[in-house]
Ligand binder design. Sequence first.
Ligand SMILES: Nc1ncnc2c1ncn2[C@@H]1O[C@H](COP(=O)(O)OP(=O)(O)OP(=O)(O)O)[C@@H](O)[C@H]1O
Length: 579
Amino acid sequence: MNKTTTEPANPQAATLKTAWSLVQPFWTSPSKFLHFGLFAALVAITLSSTYVAVAATRWYGGFTDMLVRYDSARLMPTFIQFGRILAMQIAAGITASFLTSALSIRWRTWLTKYFLTRWLHGEAFFRIEQEHLVDNPDQRITEDVEQLVTLSITLALGLLGTVASLITFSSMIWSKSGTIDFTWFGVALHIPGYMLWVAIGYAMVTAAIVQFAGRRLQKLNFLKQQAEANFRFMMTGVREYAEQIALLNGGKTEAARMRQGFEGVRHNFWRITFFNLRFDPLNTAILLVSAIVPMVILLPRYFSHSVTMGEMTQMTASFERVSSGLQWFVINYMTVLQFRVVIARLAGLDAAVEPRGRPAGPGYVVSPSGCIDVKALELQTPEGRRLLSDLNFSVRPGERWLIRGNSGVGKSTLLRALAGIWHFGAGNVVVPDQAKLLFLPQKNYIPPGSLKAALCYPGQVDAFDDAACRRALADCQLGPYCDNLDLVAPWGHRMSPGEQQRLGFARALLQAPDYLLLDESTSALDEDNEQQMYQMIIRRFPRIGIISISHHRSVESFHTHTLNVGRGQAWHVEHASIA
Ligand SMILES: Nc1ncnc2c1ncn2[C@@H]1O[C@H](COP(=O)(O)OP(=O)(O)OP(=O)(O)O)[C@@H](O)[C@H]1O
């Protein structure tokens, strides 16, 4: 479901230049020769398909003439010729399908890697959410990338095939249709290749009718996507909050909500069905009439023996090709609009993930001093509301600071600024250049995969050996999990909140940071466990610097300083007696 973002929803902004900026990198990458080779092969197949179509049209003409002449001696050679055309058509079809798939997946893989790298390297993924830059980047990297590739290839080859087919069959009609002479308001008119003009006129009229009658379908299809997405989103919510819903016994209410959500899908389904009931007869009528229009127009020439039956069949097929070729432009008008929307969405994402220079807001500088220095720091919300201002303090190795203050005052925001991911405000945060900072939030991120992968995160699964991992688990009172290191499970759901917080401390033991930033990281622990975690960290790393946020009085004794923050400029530091 879309969220409100600052991105202008303006597909009109998708100019050819924007499209080119997204398409071009793949075609100029180091593998460009392979990509162009694949595309050239596809172009060749598309053009040869036109050749096969011409051969098939001629064959139908010849076959009809053979029947009219009762020429049974030509039957076998004619069928052998048909077999050849069929084989060529099948071979062209299979090759085109394979080459299209090969090019599509190469292009999609390339673009997916391109966007994943730009989105996840640096902190673009976080900035996008924090500043509400674009909606659903995940959907853009999956569906929009897939559509960009598919639509680019189908539109380019469709255009090429259509132009080739139009030129070939138009010249065929032109050469066979002869001239029509008639008098109009006393003026003698002489129109060469009149069948071609009829085909063009007919295609324009039918395309306009279909376009006018079907214009509502696009909106209905858009609503369909939206209704399906909303319904899916509701069910994702149930999966995510399954436990909470079960605890509240909310299954029945959820079922009612889902039924209501599905109503949107059902309602739109019927609108599309009733629309099709009115639209289909028109389509069928146009199809049937299309089959006889060229015949009817050619009848006078047939009766005057100017064309054979075979030539009539050939002309009818060519007429149909020219007419559907011209309609291609009108029918694909909608596809081009869809293409522009996809381009605009991907260009929006591309701009949002563009690496920025030094972000605005508090400066984040490294220095060899060995301390964390906060200088004249002011913190604001993204909307510009001031949270804390003129903060000045230094945390040295071995010092342990407790940050206290009312809920919502800006304590977590201060920790984000110390981690260098908060860019709203002013002043400076100076961090030691050689030191390792580790941030433990209240709820740890536990990636899908094995317990060892969760423990070693953000390092790779082999960052620490099994023995070290088991020791860290045991030290954090997670001994029962020691034999489950390789077990793949939804650990984020399986472990209790307290166990997940202790997993965070096990990560700290493995990573041996110089500074540990704890944002209510023991909120789910009982007092004993909380004490043990602090004691263990301090015992294991006596020179570690700790900055904690906690509402628990019991942790005060582990800290050397307390920073009390209030709204605006109200803050002061207390020195405590060391535990
Ligand atoms: N990304 C954001 N966009 C808008 N406002 C935000 C954002 N992050 C934080 N805020 C706002 O900043 C204020 C401070 O939030 P913060 O999480 O730092 O408070 P806190 O002191 O840690 O509170 P608590 O003790 O309840 O955890 C809150 O009013 C919050 O709504």
